[in-house]
Design a protein around this ligand. Sequence first.
Ligand code: HEM
Length: 315
Amino acid sequence: MTPSEKDDHLTALCREVLEAFDAVNGGVQAGYRPAHAKGIMLSGTFTPAPGAKNLSCAPHLGRASTPVSVRFSDFAGIPTIPDNNSNASPRGFAVRFHLEGEAYTDIVGHSTDGFPAATAQELAAFLRAIAASGLNAAKPTPIESYLATHPAALEFVQAPKPFPSSFAKESFFGVNAYKFINATGAARFGRYRIRPEGGGDYLSSEAAATKSPNYLIDEIKERVAKGPVKMHIFVQLAEPGDIVDDSTKHWPANRSEVEFGTIALTAVQPNNEAAQRELITDPIPKVDGIEVSGDPLTEPRSAVYLMAGRRRAAK
Ligand code: HEM
């Protein structure tokens, strides 16, 4: 493929994915993300862990602290989704590290350790099957047939997704692997994991049902007003032979982790709706010392976020 054919192919794929999300959402939700539409943005600082420089020479690991913006979100592409609706899971966690000048880099994770598709084409097919499986769909519904032949999607759908008591009591997973390179050129593949200070805390389904539709958004505002909200970032390290270019493949649970650093959130950002609309996250790292791993999801993921962000800005 020539570079221009590759661009055309990527653009067509992004449109296909966006249309599939729109179909699930019952149409375009103008001005909002087609996934993770409802959220809240906070600001704070990132402090690297003392040993993190051994993993990567990325600039935010080499300075004492870096300002960050964090967006917590519910999964659905519906901006009014109740926080206690099952389609609000997995939750999202997107962090932007504000580096020197206009430079930045992001980590975007969600609260399920895994993904339903190994490629963007597969993700679009999965979403189309969901969209075609409304109340009146004949049995087996398209999504039932899809799940019967796609074990990774079935595993993702069946993964427990309990309701957290707070966005600050949930764990998040970057899912895509990245290549971390330190100042000596030594490289390791790894996956981000984000854990709350003090561990997770979840509600029973009965308790969640009694919560208000904005319980997570309201709670995080109250929590951050009382003091810093801390989240710890780790990197799970791959060993030689682990698959680093397929997000549906888990690595053995005993793989070691290194501490990357800690985020302390101190305030809700002003003009929150506008700040959320403007933020276009990028899962492709924009710094030395962290690179993509060859996972075929990462490039279309980045391109879709940009296309969706431009559409959101144009409304
Ligand atoms: C690999 C694992 C993935 C995770 C953990 C993930 C998680 C997230 C999160 C947390 C957001 C909200 C970001 C924000 O707050 O700004 C988001 C947005 C979105 N995701 Fe993903 N995602 C993944 C892969 C993908 C892929 C492969 C696609 C499609 C190719 C996709 C499509 C979307 C779209 C269309 C949005 C809305 C983008 C925007 O307008 O900002 N995601 N995702």
